[in-house]
Design a protein around this ligand. Structure first.
Ligand code: ADP
Ligand code: ASP
Ligand code: MG
Length: 401
């Protein structure tokens, strides 16, 4: 069986007109001889009646103490409604289709409500459907744990479902349909002259996604890479060729600017923590307590008598009592943003950090902290400078050319 998974994001399933375009994408793949499995997100964005944020605010606004298990059950309803509506749409176009919840599709997870990890996928029900030329429409973002409770995979997790099913069904390709023409050199909402990257490696996209490029979930990239399934990110509302994500060997050369950097990403709502007059044993203990509290830290600089790192603004509330209990001196700077220049080709090229700092300083943007790895240079800036910093780096590396 020649199988393709097509995932449609919130905006791509939000109106009857867009669902008609979705149907055309499915029909085209069927016409090319593919068996198609569809994955859907909840319909629309914040404010739309069945969008995830709307459901979440319904529960949380009325009952702020709503427990994680119940929140997951509530959020999962958005995808369930969407799967039924999309299956109905395909049926009315003359296609055989069935809607599946995550559990019915065989997505088994651990019990970490709100950020569950998939333990395994049992693809038998979907395979049976595909063999009979029935198009399964699967709810993204959700699974089931060993207790039979519904779990969710973390915000943006429908991409992960698509990648998981792509691997389990041995699909030729996972197509991610969204509201932009592909993966771009920066978020076009910040940098209107951003360009589409037509081919890119899993590693580079993973770095982008992990550093805030919300166009695809990092876990989806990781799953697809390990399962060796190509991803194609495309616009649901156009025939643009999109971005093919594969291992480097399969990639066509994609010339971007001066080739050093492929993308500028931004991760917002970060709190910088500066711990003063500490000794290494104290810092080690604090890091262990943070790990135990599942607080993830980033941009870590340790010195003999101090430590600097960042956490999400949300986790800062969990961190502060831990710091306070240690009686150490510390300052917290919330609302920062980590702006990253990412590119596989920067490896071994001297002067990239200098170019980054020159570009930011020439626009008067204060750099609070930096870090670098083989394909990423990250700068922490104040939240209000984030967009300007993205544009400055985009221009400095000629990414619009
Ligand atoms: P979906 O609902 O289809 O999953 P998302 O909102 O999750 O869509 O992702 C698409 C959005 O990602 C785009 O509208 C765009 O603003 C944003 N985005 C952020 N970084 C990038 C990037 N580098 N390339 C393309 N889009 C990006
Ligand atoms: N509906 C979920 C969210 O908004 C999952 C997704 O769209 O990928 O996070
Ligand atoms: Mg998304």
């Amino acid at each position: 069986m020649k199988i393709i998974v097509q995932k449609f994001g919130g905006t791509s399933v939000s109106t009857p007109e867009r669902r008609a375009l979705l149907t055309e994408h499915v029909l085209r793949a069927v016409g090319q001889g593919y068996k198609v499995a569809v994955v859907v997100s909840a319909m629309g964005r914040k404010g739309d009646p069945y969008a995830t944020d709307t459901l979440l605010s319904l529960g949380q606004n009325a009952y702020p103490q709503l427990s994680a298990r119940e929140k997951d059950l509530l959020m999962s309803c958005g995808e369930t409604i969407s799967a039924v509506v999309v299956a109905g749409c395909l049926q009315s176009a003359g296609l055989s289709s069935r809607a599946f919840t995550g559990a019915q599709a065989g997505v088994f997870t651990d019990s970490t409500f709100g950020a569950a990890s998939c333990l395994h996928v049992d693809p038998r029900a979907l395979n049976e459907c595909l063999e009979k030329d029935i198009i399964p429409v699967v709810t993204g973002f959700q699974g089931i744990d060993s207790q039979g409770d519904i779990t969710t995979l973390g915000r943006g997790g429908s991409d992960t479902t698509a990648a998981l099913l792509g691997v389990a069904l041995k699909a030729e390709m996972v197509e991610i349909y969204t509201d932009v023409d592909g993966i771009m050199t920066a978020d076009p909402r910040i940098t209107p002259n951003a360009r589409v990257l037509h081919s890119i490696s899993y590693d580079e996209v993973y770095q982008m996604a992990d550093n805030g490029a919300g166009v695809i979930h990092p876990r989806a990239v990781d799953v697809a890479m390990r399962g060796n399934v190509p991803l194609l990110i495309r616009n649901a509302m156009s025939d643009a060729q999109g971005t093919l994500v594969t291992h480097p060997a399969g990639m066509a050369a994609d010339i971007t600017g001066d080739e050093t950097v492929a993308n500028i990403s931004v991760l917002r709502k970060r709190t910088q923590a500066i711990l003063k007059q500490t000794d290494p044993a104290q810092v080690q203990e604090i890091l262990q307590l943070l790990a135990k509290a599942r607080v993830s830290i980033d941009l870590i600089n340790l010195f003999p008598d101090s430590a600097i790192f960042t956490v999400s603004d949300e986790d800062s509330g969990v961190m502060e009592p831990i710091l306070a209990n240690h009686g150490i001196r510390y300052t917290l700077l919330p609302g920062c943003a980590k702006v990253s220049a990412i590119g596989e080709k920067m490896r071994g090229i001297p002067g990239v950090m200098a170019r980054v700092l020159t570009a930011l300083q020439s626009r008067g943007i204060e750099v609070l902290q930096t870090a670098d790895s083989h394909m990423t240079i990250a700068c922490l800036v104040r939240g209000e400078s984030a967009d300007e910093a993205v544009r400055a780096l985009h221009e400095a590396f000629h990414l619009d050319r």
